[in-house]
Design a protein around this ligand. Structure first.
Ligand code: FES
Length: 343
């Protein structure tokens, strides 16, 4: 279908409803936790570099696989620790060899860090300004051993609240992302009967490839001030989630706000085959068993083992996902960004 022939669902958007939902989200506690990347990006041979609210950070793993986080600046003469190697769980500054084993040293103070198996989080109490909590709010996910997981990180020229508000606008989905969605209907809002206290409920078909689509019902909620959760409640992949976490990066060289959009997909599939729509229409056909339909195979991961010092470390569950691809794309407003916070 041509883009301009679609149903203009954006006309049905309810800005006041979105604003109220955003306000409720912002009132929820974050415990000062910020999602900074994929768990599998935190390695035992080199640090993950991250920025939160202008603060450069490094995250790496000790020899036993434990994540460690702290400032990304060497306390000796200010070398960028993101460029330094990790040896036997110790970050060794590449300028003069100062060794950081994850404990406080010479003014370098570690930060609380949390690895939930898909994402890694760092707690920055001075940035958040809220009462700290021992762990971030991680929404319930499908069992990782029976799911596929992937993490995507992009950067938008916007504030975190713009990202959240964008995700709380389900009406724009098929209109602005016709390459991903089709047949979108908002069937429930936070004030509509049966939609739950705080959920936007959507019937939509995800485009997979060609005429292959996955019709589902999904509910959007906000478990935290910078997180929007989409959970599939009916259809293929029931129980699967897409988490969108907005992490402030700080201003760019022009003073514009930048926000990292850390998106985690944890997909659970009860069946191996997806549905193919009929010619001329994307949905409604019976399952296309045995005729070359797209196959999404559920994967069972092996049990993790402890890592030896400097030896090959077992990957996190997300690492072992054969279908998981983590793309890090950075783009500015020209051409790619269609609206504030929209990717
Ligand atoms: S700057 Fe890092 S050891 Fe000197």
């Amino acid at each position: 279908m041509r883009w301009d022939k679609q149903q203009p669902t954006w006309r049905q958007a309810r800005p006041a409803l979105i604003a109220e939902a955003l306000k409720r989200a912002q009132a929820r506690p974050s415990g000062n936790w910020y999602a900074v990347g994929a768990s599998r990006e935190v390695r035992a041979d080199r640090p993950l570099s991250a920025t939160v609210a202008g603060q450069e950070l490094v995250v790496w793993r000790t020899a036993d696989g434990r994540p460690v986080a702290g400032p990304g600046i060497c306390p000796h003469l200010g070398a960028p620790l993101a460029d330094s190697p990790v040896r036997c769980g110790t970050l060794v500054c590449h300028w003069h060899g100062l060794a950081l084993d994850g404990g406080p040293f010479a003014g370098w103070e570690p930060l609380p860090v949390h690895d939930d198996g898909v994402l890694v989080w760092v707690r920055l109490d001075q940035v958040g300004g809220e009462p700290p909590t021992p762990a971030p709010v991680v929404p319930p996910r499908p069992q990782l051993s029976r799911s596929v997981a992937a993490v995507y990180t992009g950067v938008g020229i916007c504030e975190p609240e713009d990202v959240v508000a964008n995700r709380l606008d389900p009406w724009h989905g098929a209109w602005f992302h016709p390459y991903s969605f089709v047949d979108l209907t908002v069937v429930g809002t936070p004030v509509a009967e049966g939609a739950g206290e705080d959920g936007f409920t959507v019937d939509v078909s995800f485009k997979v490839a060609g005429r292959f689509v996955v019709p589902v019902r999904a509910v959007f909620t906000t478990p935290g001030p910078r997180t929007v959760l989409m959970r599939i409640t009916e259809g293929e992949g029931r129980g699967s989630v897409v988490e969108t976490h907005a992490t402030p990066l700080g201003p760019d060289e022009l003073g514009r706000p930048r926000t990292a959009v850390v998106e985690a997909v944890v997909a659970s599939y009860a069946r191996k085959r997806l549905r193919r729509g009929p010619r001329g229409g994307p949905r409604g056909a019976p399952p296309d068993e045995g005729r070359g339909g797209a196959v999404k195979k559920a994967t069972t991961w092996p049990t993790p083992n402890a890592a030896g010092c400097c030896g090959p470390r077992d990957a996190s569950p997300a690492d072992r996902t054969p279908d998981a691809k983590d793309r890090v794309a950075q783009f500015s407003g020209s051409g790619r960004r269609r609206r504030r916070g929209d990717r």
